[in-house]
Write a protein that binds this ligand. Structure first.
Ligand code: ZN
Length: 190
């Protein structure tokens, strides 16, 4: 009697870290096209390929879980919900935070962002549970994963196992390949 045995294997695509050159180039694109991006928020949030577009300089992390790249869709939500915003000490207008890294033990978080009014980069180290916790929660709310069904062998005797035909893993759910950030900018600027 054949047993239907399988395990579900998932691969997540949040912790990919792009090459440094790409992150720098995209950061410049992000700053230059920020207003256009905000204006197209709805369009980006409703399009999976745009939602999962990776910028490279937008990420969150902590000492325990490591670094997670945050796609544009999640960034838009974090800016909109005022999680990734701060008041500029120099001009009192809004800073948009691009990335954070923190320590779960001490609760301190270091963030860097940009004040579009001053046209300057801003960063700060502070105790802020909201900035530390919510971005991680978002990555679980919007998982981008490939899920496999991996079958176990049906035979019980070792010599039968040797002869058993290996079945391929079945893809249950495929992950969404985000639009390259550069392409996204051309698309919304057109
Ligand atoms: Zn400012």
């Amino acid at each position: 009697m054949a047993r239907q045995e399988y395990n579900l294997i998932t691969e997540t695509f949040y912790s990919r870290k792009p090459e440094r050159g790409i992150a720098e180039k995209n950061r410049k694109l992000l700053v230059e096209n920020f207003q256009t991006i905000l204006k197209n928020s709805e369009k980006i949030l409703n399009d999976e390929e745009m939602f999962f577009s990776q910028i490279g300089c937008t990420y969150t992390g902590n000492s325990l879980a490591g670094l997670f790249m945050l796609p544009l869709g999640i960034m838009l939500e974090l800016w909109r919900e005022e999680v990734f915003t701060h008041i500029c000490e120099k001009c009192k207008s809004k800073i948009h935070i691009f990335n954070t890294s923190g320590s779960l033990l001490s609760g301190t978080v270091f963030w860097t962002g940009y004040c579009f009014n001053c046209g300057e980069e801003r960063s700060k180290k502070e105790c802020n549970g909201k900035i530390l916790g919510i971005p991680m929660k978002k990555t679980r709310e919007y998982p981008n994963k490939r899920v496999y069904k991996r079958y176990a062998l049906e035979s019980s005797a070792w010599f039968d196992k040797l002869n058993e035909r290996r079945r391929e893993n079945k893809i249950v759910q495929n992950w969404i390949e985000g639009l390259p950030f550069e392409d996204l900018i051309s698309k919304i600027s057109a």
